[in-house]
Design a protein around this ligand. Structure first.
Ligand SMILES: *[C@@H]1O[C@H](CO)[C@@H](O)[C@H](O)[C@H]1NC(C)=O
Length: 236
């Protein structure tokens, strides 16, 4: 055999082995890559696990007290707890706004009939404690929607909007017969405030033939005797 051909044969065999080894390494590298893929997959799994962990752990609710201050009554509204207190304090609506604000509260709206009747019944009791006048009116935390200042423009439930920043919907509204009549029958101006009438006792009528707990649009500068303030429970 020609030594050159023998050498070339040797080279071919040896490089075949080296390439084979290289292939081996290459395979090993591929395993390494595969291992990295597993690791990456592990990241995925970890992410999934972590995600599952995050998903399984409910978000921590904000720490909000649901306890009302002494003398305030708590109502559990769908949007959260609400504290109300009814006062006997003869004043117009704007003074009433300041009166409630001084207690960190707003003139309260009513979420539903339960709240409305709580205020009506508490107001009746406070009114009776004053002795003289047994018929009362409570300022309600709502003002006329400016777009509804003429008769026949808006439906009754659209005419007033709550101002306490918490009350929603119109379940807390109960109009007296013929109300809201929008324009004051004698003064001929738009009644932009909202009151609720209270009677002396069940089965007795309130002022102007209203039923106990029925609502009426009112002039804002009248001096009505009762007011309900409302606020969220104090964070503590
Ligand atoms: C009063 O109502 C206003 C919205 O009219 C709201 O921004 C504010 O937070 C309320 N204040 C309290 C004490 O609830």
């Amino acid at each position: 055999m020609n030594p050159t051909i023998l050498f070339l044969f040797w080279i071919t065999v040896v490089s075949g082995i080296i390439i084979g080894d290289g292939g081996g390494y290459s395979y090993s590298g591929s395993q390494s890559a595969s291992s990295e893929e597993d690791h990456y997959g592990g990241h995925g799994d970890h992410g999934g696990y972590g995600g599952g962990g995050h998903g399984g752990r409910p978000p921590r609710p904000p720490v909000v007290s649901s306890k009302c201050e002494d003398g305030w009554t708590r109502f559990d509204r769908p949007q959260g707890p609400w504290c109300m207190k009814v006062f006997y304090a003869k004043q117009n609506y704007q003074t009433g706004v300041s009166f409630c604000a001084a207690m960190g509260a707003n003139v309260s709206g009513y979420q539903n009939a339960e709240e409305r009747m709580f205020v009506a019944n508490t107001g009746r009791t406070l009114q009776a404690q004053q002795g003289e006048e047994l018929l009362g009116e409570v300022w309600v935390g709502a003002i006329r929607n400016p777009a509804c200042s003429a008769r026949g423009v808006c439906s009754p439930s659209d005419q007033f909007q709550w101002t306490d920043g918490h009350t929603t919907g119109s379940d807390g509204i109960l109009w007296g017969p013929g109300e809201p009549n929008v324009i004051h029958p004698y003064d001929k101006v738009t009644q932009d405030c909202l009151v609720m009438h209270t009677s002396a006792a069940d089965g007795q009528i309130a002022r102007w033939n209203f039923g106990h707990g029925q609502m009426d649009d009112s002039l804002c500068w009248y001096g009505w005797t009762l007011i309900a303030c409302g606020k969220r429970p104090e964070p503590r």
